[in-house]
Design a protein around this ligand. Sequence first.
Ligand code: HEM
Length: 506
Amino acid sequence: MLDLLDIPTPWGSPFIGLGHLLQMALHVSNGHEQFLKWHEVYGPIVRLRLLYRDVVIVADPQVASELLSKGPNECPRRTPEYTLFNAAHGMPGYGAILTEQDEERWKAIRRAIAPAFTLSAVRDLFPTIVTCYSEVCKRISSGEAVHYSKPRGSSSSSGEPEVLIDEEIFAATLRVLSDGFLRMPQQGLFDAHKTAADASSLIAITNTFVTQPWKRWLYLGMPWLCKESRTFHAQRRHMMSVTHQIAQHIESLRPTASAADFSLGASLSRLREPSSGQLFSTQALQAEVFLEIVGQESVPWTVAWTLYLLTQHPEAEQAVLQELAAAGLPCNGDLAAVSAALSMDSLRQLPFLTAVLHEAMRLFPAGVAATPRMCEKVTKVGPYQVPAGVIVFPCLYSILNYSANWDSPQQFKPERWQDPSAATDPRTGSPRFVPFGIGPKACVAQQLAMVQCKVLLVLLLSCFSWRLAPRMGDPQGVLSQTVAALELRVAQGMWLTPTPRSAAAQ
Ligand code: HEM
């Protein structure tokens, strides 16, 4: 069997000991693109050396599947770098489902919350989902969500309306969480827009701690030193007060929640520490709630990227509109009519919209950085045997965009999803459409997320046509600002210009 040193590796730094650190330092924000470039040159399994660490990046669907699924080659533990995200929730010492290093504690949390995200739970919450997302359209129509700003490089205002679509959707998604999943109507309790903006900013900052460790000392150790650090602490204080309110609400459910109530609030209220058998403390619940909040940001980014792609492919937008009309979902800006016509069944009649969504999730997988794992024993990675301590990273972006896995991967081709077997690798039958990850730690809420994305797309496309806002520049400008934080996003957010459908038709 071949070993670690047999794995192809790019040229390293001429400075002894740095390995590929300098190359990665040049790609702090878009490491996913550098990984894909290395795969295109060196193959589906590539070895990197980052200071003292060996990292094996993987673009092969079968090998990725073996590493992430149960089996002899499984590598379940998330890397210790995940704990850096705990700095964002301000509860020192408390992990949460996405950052937990103790596998028993992770299992306890996963087992507790999974029933809250089944298809029947999503079905029960469907009316709340439609109501909360209709609010996004209402805020845009009333002008509340609309800004007017200067295009890049221009001194005069363009007078064009612009909407920061990812933040609008994130705020509405938090309402789905509070009103629906936690049964805690949030009106007046916390400001969903401020919470969405602060959670997003905290995660983006803590993400930089992974590749720029000195920022951690700066932000955490010297809160008074610079404006950014003071803002970080102010945002964290705000989030701690939000998560504290939610944790108290969850604790208040304890005396009344029946064992048969699998809603998220009730499930979290029953959670016990596996080591002591004690119910989760307020702080432990706060940490969990914070990660539940930030986990939701993938929905806004998935929809933002889908709308972005439709701005670049008007023929696909037209085909979506035709499909919506044929399914009885009017596209004339009548929000009340389209909301009333929406149901779980009507979503099933939208294969082309689903294909567009799949293609957007393939080209821009929101959970881009989610799957690095730490080998705890000698592990088989394809034909290679790697020792314990090595990080293996089945990179979702690479699996979804590598030219050996897909025909014309860089092209937007929703029609590829007409083939029912498109989601699996024709060579091995392994899953290659993996935006939610693979195996026991894959996204717990994938069914919910797909429903949320489709409802949002139906509402936003039936009420408005969309263009890239002037401040975004051209598509090249958008791509050059792409940042792989916990989500794949655009550094300044996704600004789009809406035109009401009724007006567009006049
Ligand atoms: C389109 C939207 C979404 C995408 C693309 C996405 C993607 C992912 C990915 C790639 C992972 C990590 C898998 C791994 O580590 O192997 C993950 C985990 C997770 N996601 Fe999502 N997600 C989405 C929406 C959501 C939503 C709406 C929620 C909550 C309501 C959520 C909650 C979680 C949680 C709790 C985990 C951790 C699971 C575990 O460790 O057991 N996600 N997601």
